[in-house]
Design a protein around this ligand. Sequence first.
Ligand code: AHR
Length: 659
Amino acid sequence: MNKLKWLLAGCLIAGTAHFSHAQNRTISVKADKLLADVQPTMYGVFFEDINFGADGGIYAELIKNRSFEFFKPMMGWKVLGKPVEGDFLIEARREKNTANPRFLKVKLRNNKKGSIGLANEGFRGMGIQKNLRYDFSLMYKRTGAPVTIHIALVGGSGNQIGESPITLNNTNGKWEKISGTVTSADSANKGSFNLWFEGDGEVELDMISLFPSNTWKQRPGGMRADMIQILADMKPGFLRFPGGCIVEGFDLSQRYQWKKTIGPVEERQMVINRWNFEFAHRPTPDYFQTFGLGFFEYFQLSEDIGAEPLPILNCGMACQFNSAEVVPIDELGPYVQDALDLIEFANGDANTKWGKVRIELGHTKPFNLKMLGIGNENWGPQYLERLKIFSKAIKEKYPQIKLINSSGTDPVGERYEYLNKELRAMNADIIDEHYYRRPEWFLQNAQRYDSFPRTGVKVFAGEYAAQSDKTVSINNKNNWQTALSEAAFLTGLERNADIVVMASYAPLFAHTDAWQWSPDLIWVDNLHVTATPNYYVQKLFSLNKGTNVVSALTDNKVIAGRDSLFASAVIDKNTKELIVKLVNVSGAAQILDIDISGAKKLAKKGELTILQSGAMQALNVVGQAETIVPVTKSINLKGKRVSVSTDPYSLTILKIKMS
Ligand code: AHR
């Protein structure tokens, strides 16, 4: 059996094999042999509203179905007390308000506090933190005397942990927004919210909302700070949004339309989330897109975390796994216009229609959009036909914008071969490749790009994740085996940074009680955020991406699997560091002698960061989030030959200051 096969069968499948070497292996690193620039965009994040990623996830709104627009208008709500039939009515003003037609009309009968009310269950409960202020708001319409509502935070066992009265004073019969606050006396991972009525007569309610006050950058109606912080910690080079299949929609009526996601939240028309019903084995009937997070917020988020914004737009095709609807070519115009308008929205000045809209939304400076994706996982001649129309129109007006093109769903096979060939013939800017594959595939493909043409066409590893089981299987786990194989693969992307300009793991977030797809980079519940080993791999590559790839060879060959080792090396011109990444996928420690040339002088101390586990099935889970975390230590250096002992099943990053 050859070494690679042994490795796959022995190490990765059983996870127990051992390996020993008589001799240390030497890796020659030439710090002055610059092979390619590493793009600042190299490692980024892929965001999609899947697994409660946006609603119930980074969008910090705690009230589920706040405007009663879910298919079942009272989903998530429960009436408290004993109203008379007809006292709680859903009214729909479809003629007057197409975006937000429904509201709740409540009839009060001289009610005392605590006699009648509403409860909201949140997104699989509400995360409530002790001593934190919560910001409440609703829209109401009322005539007659003012009524009082009492808002209450409720703990996991039904105990009230915060209460506040708000009087609805405006009785002129017009819709008005009112706000209030309530502070929690306790924490709850599965809390809920009650709203009690006191008074008489009718009151109409809509957009009932509750946010924690500690949102990201304290923005009212903003994002969950702990979830954004963990992204910021990766220093991602780009933020791809809003997906993913969500861009395509089950059919074209459910496609993502960015213009409907900006402006006042009460005017953003809700759409069923395609992950609501995508998998019969993971139904999520309470999953809708409220678009409380829209394109303005995604651009702003990109800016906040220092990532290049990368919006992906629908190309006139619905998901080809679903309805596969395509828009007729003679009706593609509005789709193309949406793309042109988006560029203007992001970059235009006050004299442009859409630039003005952005400025009115509060962002004077342009967002400096440089790239745009046309289509998600679309394929076939029908895709190319539409893509060409988009490309022509965009390049004519905005030649500097780089376009991301789809190569379908798989990194191999007929669909891929066809698109890859055609897109290269079209001289595409960047081709988006997706790999949801077994860990063995990631190891075997660490050299995938070594033989790719150096023609100018770039690659975006737009969605990748090693699957411990089969793609979309619910048994997929973010175990160390998957993360380690991704680390090995990333050394191959890095070595080929002249053509691979971006990489992102997918999906990004998953709620432990509401996921549809596994594995995922970061798992959350209502109060906790858990980084997977895969997250740490992506983060370590991102934080150590350097500025230039340099030569790292053993016996004059790239290090991509032989003797269970994978390696790449970069220098960082800004910090004057040499960074060597070593991935040992064998079950034995391997001592590597790293011979460094091309640097005048090396510091006397270096830094080793190690991510490692002896157990290939090991996981980080809520409550045990630190099973696999990076550990950094310093090593003494003497001269230009550094001996590094890499642990079994480990990613080791060696960093040395040079001059
Ligand atoms: O990441 C989950 C899904 O995988 C994405 O929505 C889609 O692009 C791919 O099929």
